[in-house]
Design a protein around this ligand. Structure first.
Ligand code: NAD
Length: 256
């Protein structure tokens, strides 16, 4: 049974993970950290900062805010415990800190914890190799109206996968309202929609003169990210120090 410290326990994802761990034989949430320190739903203690946590745990799962990730990463390093970092829109400094941490503890970082999206990313890499020459690449993403960052970390992940399969400089163009010029072939357009309770929609289009190929993913419920983060927690709990992501988890499925 893995003991989880849930960082951001009072948020939408924190709640989804804590619900999933209830009556679960493999995972139990032993403590939480959040700006909000009261929640009737939880029987575990909630601390206002990681440094206040005096409860023994095996793995930290973080779904919080980019401003909170440095502190929890330093805490994980000090405790010598693995961290699954799922918060998005991280600064370059925070990404560098996570990399530094991965020299001493296992660090799992992914902007999208769903297995399906990570399979999509692999398909995008393949499709780009075959289709880029004759098509323009555009990405559209849609999320709920509470989401703070745009474009989504997942849209960037998909764009990065396409970029990695292209042998020339690629420029990302975010929405087009400020760009009054014709589209260049070496651009990847990324557009965001925000509204209602959309969990997460991503589509990449390879638009040629004669045909369009689309690859899309639709998350129906936050549970898909919750389940992925628990899979990641089990993965890092038994891993050596290093930097991991979902590609390590799904690698087996892509073996010949
Ligand atoms: N990697 C993925 O698969 C994935 C999936 C969904 C969401 N996310 C990302 O995870 C993060 C959280 O998403 P959410 O939908 O649960 O958001 P949310 O706003 O519902 O929850 C965030 C929680 O973090 C807490 N928090 C904020 N600042 C804090 C601080 N300084 N210290 C401690 N707690 C703090 C908030 O009080 C809140 O309870 C976002 O960055 C989101 O983009 C990632």
């Amino acid at each position: 049974m893995y003991k989880i410290l849930m960082h951001g326990c009072c948020g939408a994802m924190g709640h989804a993970i804590c619900r999933m761990c209830r009556d679960n034989e493999d995972f139990t949430v032993v403590a939480g950290v959040d700006k909000i320190t009261e929640c009737e739903e939880y029987s575990f203690p909630i601390f206002a900062s990681p440094d206040e946590c005096d409860v023994d745990f095996d793995v930290i799962i973080d779904f919080s805010n980019k401003s909170a990730v440095d502190a929890v990463t330093k805490f994980a390093m000090a405790k010598g415990k693995p961290i699954v970092c799922c918060t998005t829109a991280l600064s370059d400094e925070t990404v560098a800190l996570l990399k530094e941490a991965s020299e001493v503890i296992p660090v799992f970082k992914s902007a999208n914890m769903s297995v399906g999206i990570n399979v999509m990313v692999e398909l995008v890499r393949q499709a780009t190799k075959a289709l880029y020459k004759d098509s323009d690449i555009e990405i559209i993403e849609a999320h709920h109206h509470r989401k703070l960052d745009a474009p989504s970390g997942t849209a960037i992940m998909i764009a990065d996968a396409a970029k990695s399969a292209i042998d020339e400089d690629v420029e990302y163009v975010y929405d087009r309202h400020s760009v009054n010029e014709a589209r260049k072939h070496n651009q990847i357009g990324i557009s965001s929609i925000r509204g209602g309770n959309i969990v997460g929609e991503h589509e990449i289009m390879f638009i040629g003169d004669e045909e369009t190929v689309s690859i899309s993913h639709s998350a129906k419920t936050r549970d898909v990210f919750a389940r992925g983060s628990l899979t990641a927690a089990a993965f890092v709990a038994d891993a050596k120090p290093g930097m991991y992501d979902m590609s390590n988890v799904i690698a087996k499925a892509f073996e010949d």
